[in-house]
Design a protein around this ligand. Structure first.
Ligand SMILES: Cc1ncc(COP(=O)(O)O)c(C=O)c1O
Length: 371
């Protein structure tokens, strides 16, 4: 390895995942690739390009600045800013030719230049959008009546799509339909959209005209199980290398606070990646790292810049410079972001978003350098 740590991102995997999602869409629904938060840590611009190559026709982000960055990189697809916007951010979003989301009449009145608007009903997420279907209808009618505005969409967002079998998502779907159906009859050009990745995989009735998929594009399982169950291929691998191998005698320790103390003679490897890179401190004595195609227990406290592994008494054949895979595959073994999420009691979204800027993203296509 040329660097202490890198996140290798397979753009072919993102392209295949996009194609897999698109092929599963019903009723002519289009795929919108959600690339906010730097493409969930994968690199927004290359991820967006790969998703478009795989059949997505829309992009979505959370912030105006994210929209501007995609346009600056030359991406031309329809683009939706899903998040709340201050007046200054609204100007940035419109300069980026992005569609925006509205749910208050005041916001529509403030839109004094051409804009494409999606109206959001809060059917149960309890976040953005209005809970009042009549207010949402008034906002939509106000947009449609303004000559410089286009009523582009009517949308909602599910709170529990990732909990298969729950009754709340069907209830949200019903509320959305009861509002969006009649609205579309009055405004036939309107796009209805509701589904995220989990909803798209769980219930085709949620597909409508557009599916806003993020996590699944990156080959991460929205249900926190194994992405292969849905034909998804993880795109990101987190790698480092063995920078130090040393014997460790009984009663010697590794790391801050001596949270690993050898009971018997063993061998330690130091891998120069730590919580400053996104290897969360909660993985202290609570993870494996692949070296030489085998799982090696991470022992001792995760530091800002280093972790230590227990190689066992004979050193397991590991030498200085050997590749260390924290997330990804090596030999016949693999460690999924979902495994980290389970160990850390979080979700895979937070794992890949948490890989810090200090870790270079190296984009490739099935192993060949991506230009
Ligand atoms: C409004 C909205 N739609 C769609 C998505 C995409 O969700 P997912 O990554 O679960 O597919 C998000 C992401 O959180 C979102 O906030």
């Amino acid at each position: 390895m040329d660097r202490r740590a890198e996140a290798r991102v397979d753009l072919t995997a993102i392209e295949r995942n996009a194609a897999r999602l698109r092929d599963g869409l019903t009723g002519g629904a289009a795929l919108c690739a959600v690339v906010k938060a730097d493409g969930y840590g994968h690199g927004a611009v290359p991820a967006a390009r790969a998703a478009l190559a795989g059949g997505a026709t829309w992009l979505a982000v959370a912030t105006a600045q994210e929209a501007a960055a995609l346009r600056e990189a030359g991406l031309d697809a329809r683009l939706l800013v899903m998040g709340a916007l201050t007046p200054a951010e609204l100007a940035v979003a419109l300069d980026a030719r992005a569609d925006v989301v509205a749910w208050r009449e005041g916001f529509v009145v403030a839109l004094d230049r051409p804009a494409r608007v999606h109206v959001k009903l809060d059917t149960g997420m309890g976040r953005l959008g209005t809970r009042d279907a009549d207010e949402a209808t008034r906002v939509a009618d106000a947009v449609a009546a303004a000559p410089h505005l286009e009523l582009a969409g009517a949308m909602t967002h599910f709170a529990t799509a990732d909990e298969p079998g729950d009754a709340f998502m069907p209830a949200q779907l019903e509320r959305f339909l009861a509002w969006g159906g009649p609205l579309r009859e009055r405004h036939p050009g309107l796009l209805l959209h509701a589904a995220n990745s989990a909803a798209a995989l769980r219930d085709p009735a949620s597909h409508f005209d557009l599916v806003r998929a993020g996590i699944a594009l990156y080959g991460l399982d929205p249900f926190q199980r194994d992405p292969a169950e849905h034909g998804l291929q993880p795109a990101l691998e987190l790698r480092s290398y063995v920078a130090e191998v040393k014997p460790c005698a009984p009663e010697e320790s590794a790391g801050y606070g001596r949270r690993f103390v050898a009971r018997a003679p063993t061998t330690l490897a130091t891998v120069p990646i730590g919580y400053g890179d996104g290897v969360r401190r909660g993985l202290t004595n609570n993870a494996d790292v692949l070296v030489g195609g085998r799982r090696r227990p991470l022992v001792g406290t995760v530091s800002m810049d280093n972790v230590t592994l227990d190689l066992g008494p004979d050193g397991g054949g590991v030498g200085h410079g050997d590749e260390a895979v924290l997330i990804g595959a090596q030999g016949g073994e693999r460690i999924l972001a979902e495994e980290w999420a389970r160990r850390l009691e979080t979700i895979n979204y937070e794992i890949t978003c948490g890989i810090s800027r200090r870790v270079p993203r190296v984009h490739h296509r099935d192993g060949a350098p991506a230009e």
